[in-house]
Structure formats: structure tokens, C-alpha cells
Design a protein around this ligand. Structure first.
Ligand SMILES: NC(=O)c1ccc[n+]([C@@H]2O[C@H](COP(=O)([O-])OP(=O)(O)OC[C@H]3O[C@@H](n4cnc5c(N)ncnc54)[C@H](O)[C@@H]3O)[C@@H](O)[C@H]2O)c1
Ligand SMILES: N[C@@H](CCC=O)C(=O)O
Length: 515
């Protein structure tokens, strides 16, 4: 098999007239397809249900982007059956053949890049570049896992032993359940689905309720790429119902979950309990929330720090697990830095995602409610320096919000808000900054702006997060370049897009023959 070596896709910024025009065209074409129905896909069959999920445009919630079928318990059982049937053959496909299907899927995504971006703009309110980053990451995951899978095909070396023929090789686990969030609804769903599939497993995938249409597009692409029926089953439904059912099911072998801490803990507990008839210990991978801190010390490049802060805090309206939600500033440069942070934040344009503003709407009515409730809490705990308002317009628009004088143990400094709200904490020195940065129950991303080598080296050792960045923004990990996943209650540090990720979905078998 010949394939280009893996390299991350460049992320389109739409500066060229060609890219700009292509995106305008894609937006118009996608808009013309609003309101379509998407059935479940179980064992390759289209399954329509009485119940449905309606996906709307957060920039204008009266617009229906699409409607999906909604799985219940019967469909979940059927999907697990279909996946186990498909597993009987998929597990034995030569690795090159499996990888080839994924490489083809990546190529189809690339051909449909602008269209997929347009769906993301409409369905979840990403501006064009954020949508482009999501699609590029989906392509990256697909190619990276397709190629990484090849390294396991010949098993692992073992030490020779006299009189015996010994070998150790990898086999897939079986059928797993993928439960995805809405915030990277293409990239994360693609990565969590295709990693296990790449090495011979089959999955039942439940996308988030708010992003069923872009998920349906992924399944169209997998089918077109030649993935056999039943290997990946598309099963939108309610998390608390069908998601919870799949998690506890005795025939679920592993659970690949990305989402909130609250749901992740429920899943962990449920999966740990043995269901009647279950003959394995479920593997559970949880990638959860963050309360990510960015430290700026008195030696930092202030303009660069201000720019990175605003990008990290407000990109995709702060709805990234990696978003900077705490800015921890050492006293000496506080006023200078804050002047620039506030200036930059104030100049951000918020509006319908289709118009490619700096910030679109938050994702849903529920998100809007949660973020506004934290803004209210913030007004009691700290000083509102900027924003703090719902904006005019039909969508879920919230102004980028900055709180100053935030105490390290305030709720807005400890709880994940998952919206455009930045808490600024002033500290006397770098030692305190590090202590504050580590002072939450999470440990996902973090950053330091400093020109002092010894401080960067100390942070390298002591800043306890899965993804640490120096002198740059703290979002936008690239597949294969920055393996992604957090410590503490941010999850199981599964490291999506990392060199060992696929091992999570394999088990090693050792066979000895006495000569
Ligand atoms: N660490 C990471 O890599 C990462 C990446 C993206 C998002 N996140 C986190 O995801 C969260 C935002 O996403 P969200 O709002 O979609 O999260 P969520 O936990 O509300 O939902 C995630 C998924 O779980 C399903 N679900 C809900 N209840 C369930 C239950 N009882 N059993 C099984 N499934 C259930 C939902 O339907 C959805 O598909 C944030 O906390 C964010 O930090 C983490
Ligand atoms: N991997 C993404 C975040 C995913 C979670 O929301 C980043 O690095 O910014």
C-alpha cells in the first residue's frame, strides 16, 4: 500500500478570494438542503422512527437544519447486534485493507471540505475558520489512525526462549459505544469512531443531540468509502436514555466518551457494574471538561500574551474544553496586559456564523441559559470588566465577558462554564501563579507566557495538565503533533491523536508452541 506520510492539514483562513467564494457557494448549497430527514443507519439499513430529533441553527433557531430519527432501546439492541455481526469479518480484514478504507474516507472529506464546513457553520455556529479547523482535524484523525494502525499488524517483539516458538500479537476488543459531544461534532466523533474501527473493532455511535446532521454526513462518507455495513452504526438518541442503555449493556465491550465531567462520572460508574451475562471488564475512555489556566508573568511579551488570551478564551465562543477560562496575571504587568486584553476583546464582532464574525452564537438555548447563569454568579463574586450581556438578534448571542478581581476559589474560577467568560486572577508572583493554575480539580490544558527559562522549565515539570503550551494560545492541538487529553478530573488522559491511542482498542494475545 502506498500512502503519503501523515502531515496535518493546513487550516483555511479564507483570505484568498477563491476560498472565500467557494465557502459562500457551499453555504448557499447547504442552506438549500435544510430540513432534510436523516434515518438511523443500523447494519447498513436506513431505519426511520416515529420519534425524531430536530437540529436548529443557533444563529437563527427558527431555522431547521435537519431532522434525524431518534433511537430507542429496540434500535440500540439492533445496532449492537449488527455491529457484532459485522465484527465477525471486519476483525479479520488485513490491516492494509482496513486502512485503505479510512484513507479513502479522508479523501472524500477533503473533496467535501467546504460543504462540511458549511454544515458546521449552520448547525453549531462555528465561524468559517473554526469550522475549517474542525474539518481539518477530522481529516487528520482519519489519516493518522489509518497509518498508525499499520504499526500493530505484525504484533510485538518477544524475547526468544529455547525449545519454544513464542509470539505476541494484537487483536481488537469487539464492539464499543462511541458517545460524542456537540462542540467538535465532526472531528471528535470521527476520531472516536475511526480509531477503534481502524484496528478491527465495530462501533455504535451516538452523536450529540444538537449535531445530528453533521454526524449523518460522516456516516454517508464512511459508506461511500466502502466501510462494510454494520462496522459503524449511526444511532442518534437521547444521552440519558439510549446512551445510558448502551453503556450498561452486557454486550458493550468498551465505551469511548467525550463530554462533561458529570456525565463521564455516571458512565464510569455504570460501566464498572457487571450486567447479567457480561463476560468482560469494560474499557472506559473518558475525555472530560477543563478549567484551563493561562499564566502571564512580568517578563512576558505582553502583546503576544494578550492576543493568545483572547484567541484561547473566545475562539468558538469559549466552547472548547481547551479554552482559557482563567487568566492568571503576575502583578507587575497587570495593568498593561489587561488594557490590551480588554481592547482586543471589545473589538470582537459577534454575529450570525454564516457572516463569518469573530464569534458566532453559543450552541443552544441550554448553553445560553448556563452561560448567563454563570455571568450572574460572576457579578456577585467579582468585578465585571466587560460584556456580561445577551446581545440583540435572533440567535444565542452573548458578548465576550471578562471578570476581574476573581478569587482563585470563586465558582467562576473553579467550575467549567464552557462559554465566552474569562476570569482574571491577579497574583503577586510566579510561585503563586503556578499554585493557582494547579488549584482546580481539572487538568486539561494550560499555558505560560514568560521569557524566563527556569520558569518555563519549572512549569514543564509542575504545571499538572495533559497539554501545556508556552508563549502561544492554549487551544488548537494538532493530531499527531500535540496528543490531546487531560489529567485529574479532565479524564483518563487517553491522548487522542497520539502515538499510543490505538492500543486502547487492542488486546495482546501471547501464543507459545513447544517444539
Ligand atoms: N477532554 C476533551 O477532549 C473534550 C473535548 C470536547 C468536549 N469536552 C467536554 O464536553 C463537554 C461539552 O459537551 P456536551 O455538552 O455535549 O457534554 P455532555 O456530557 O452533556 O454530552 C456528551 C454526550 O453524552 C451524552 N449523554 C448525556 N447523558 C448521558 C448518559 N447519562 N449516559 C450516556 N450518554 C449521555 C449526550 O447525549 C452527548 O452525546 C464539556 O464539558 C467539554 O469540556 C471535552
Ligand atoms: N482539541 C481541541 C479541543 C477539544 C475540546 O473541546 C483543542 O486543542 O483546542
Amino acid at each position: 500500500m502506498t500512502a503519503e506520510p501523515y502531515r496535518p492539514e493546513p487550516i483555511e483562513t479564507f483570505q484568498s478570494p477563491e476560498a472565500f467564494e467557494a465557502m459562500r457557494k457551499a453555504l448557499a448549497e447547504v442552506r438549500a438542503q435544510f430540513g432534510r430527514h436523516y434515518p438511523l443507519i443500523i447494519g447498513g439499513e436506513r431505519v426511520h422512527t416515529q420519534a425524531t430529533i430536530t437540529s436548529t441553527n443557533p444563529s437563527n433557531p427558527s431555522e431547521v437544519v435537519g431532522v434525524s430519527a431518534k433511537a430507542g432501546i429496540a434500535e440500540a439492541d439492533a445496532a449492537l447486534d449488527a455491529a457484532w455481526r459485522a465484527f465477525k469479518t471486519w476483525r479479520d480484514w488485513p490491516q492494509e485493507h482496513r486502512s485503505r478504507v479510512l484513507l479513502k474516507a479522508a479523501q472524500i472529506m477533503k473533496r467535501r471540505q467546504r460543504e462540511l464546513e458549511a454544515w458546521l457553520v449552520y448547525e453549531i455556529g462555528k465561524n468559517w475558520t473554526e469550522a475549517a479547523a474542525d474539518v481539518a482535524e477530522a481529516i487528520d484523525f482519519t489519516r493518522y489512525y489509518a497509518l498508525s494502525a499499520l504499526k500493530y499488524k505484525d504484533g510485538a517483539p518477544v524475547v526468544p526462549y529455547p525449545g519454544e516458538d513464542n509470539e505476541a500479537f494484537y487483536i481488537p476488543l469487539g464492539v464499543g459505544v462511541v458517545i460524542a459531544p456537540w462542540n467538535f461534532p465532526l472531528a471528535i466523533l470521527t476520531g472516536m469512531t475511526l480509531a477503534p474501527i481502524a484496528v478491527g473493532n465495530c462501533v455504535v455511535a451516538k452523536p450529540a443531540e444538537d449535531t445530528v446532521v453533521i454526524a449523518a454526513k460522516l456516516f454517508e462518507i464512511l459508506e461511500e468509502a466502502g466501510l462494510p455495513a454494520g462496522v459503524a452504526n449511526y444511532l442518534p438518541g437521547e444521552g440519558g436514555e439510549v446512551g445510558a442503555y448502551l453503556v450498561q449493556h452486557p454486550r458493550t465491550r468498551f465505551i469511548n466518551f467525550t463530554g462533561s465531567l458529570e456525565v463521564g462520572l455516571k458512565i464510569n460508574e455504570s460501566a464498572a457494574r457487571l450486567s447479567p451475562g457480561q463476560v468482560w471488564i469494560k474499557r472506559v475512555f473518558l475525555e472530560l471538561g477543563g478549567k484551563d489556566g493561562l499564566i502571564v508573568d512580568e517578563t512576558a511579551d505582553i502583546a503576544a500574551a494578550a492576543q493568545a488570551t483572547v484567541q484561547s478564551a473566545f475562539g468558538f465562543q469559549g466552547q472548547k474544553c481547551s479554552a482559557a477560562s482563567r487568566l492568571i496575571v503576575v502583578d507587575g504587568i497587570y495593568d498593561q496586559l489587561m488594557e490590551q486584553v480588554l481592547d482586543r476583546t471589545e473589538s470582537l464582532i459577534v454575529g450570525p456564523a454564516e457572516e463569518n464574525p469573530d464569534m458566532g452564537p453559543v450552541a443552544s438555548a441550554q448553553q445560553e441559559k448556563t452561560v448567563l447563569s454563570y455571568i450572574e454568579i460572576g457579578q456577585q463574586e467579582a468585578r465585571l470588566a466587560l460584556g456580561g450581556r445577551r446581545l440583540e438578534g435572533g440567535g444565542y448571542f452573548i458578548s465576550p465577558t471578562v471578570f476581574e478581581n476573581v478569587s482563585p476559589d470563586a465558582r467562576i474560577a473553579q467550575e467549567e462554564i464552557f462559554g465566552p467568560v474569562l476570569s482574571v486572577i491577579r497574583v503577586p508572583d510566579f510561585d503563586t501563579a503556578l499554585e493557582v493554575a494547579n488549584g482546580t480539580r481539572f487538568g486539561l490544558t494550560g499555558g505560560v507566557f514568560s521569557r524566563k527559562r527556569e520558569r518555563l522549565e519549572r512549569a514543564r515539570r509542575e504545571f499538572h495538565v495533559g497539554n501545556l503550551y508556552f508563549n502561544r494560545k492554549i487551544t488548537g492541538a494538532l493530531v499527531g503533533v500535540q496528543p490531546f487529553g487531560g489529567f485529574n478530573l479532565s479524564g483518563t488522559d487517553t491522548k487522542a491523536g497520539g502515538p499510543d491511542y490505538l492500543l486502547n482498542f487492542l488486546q495482546m494475545k501471547s501464543v507459545t508452541e513447544r517444539f
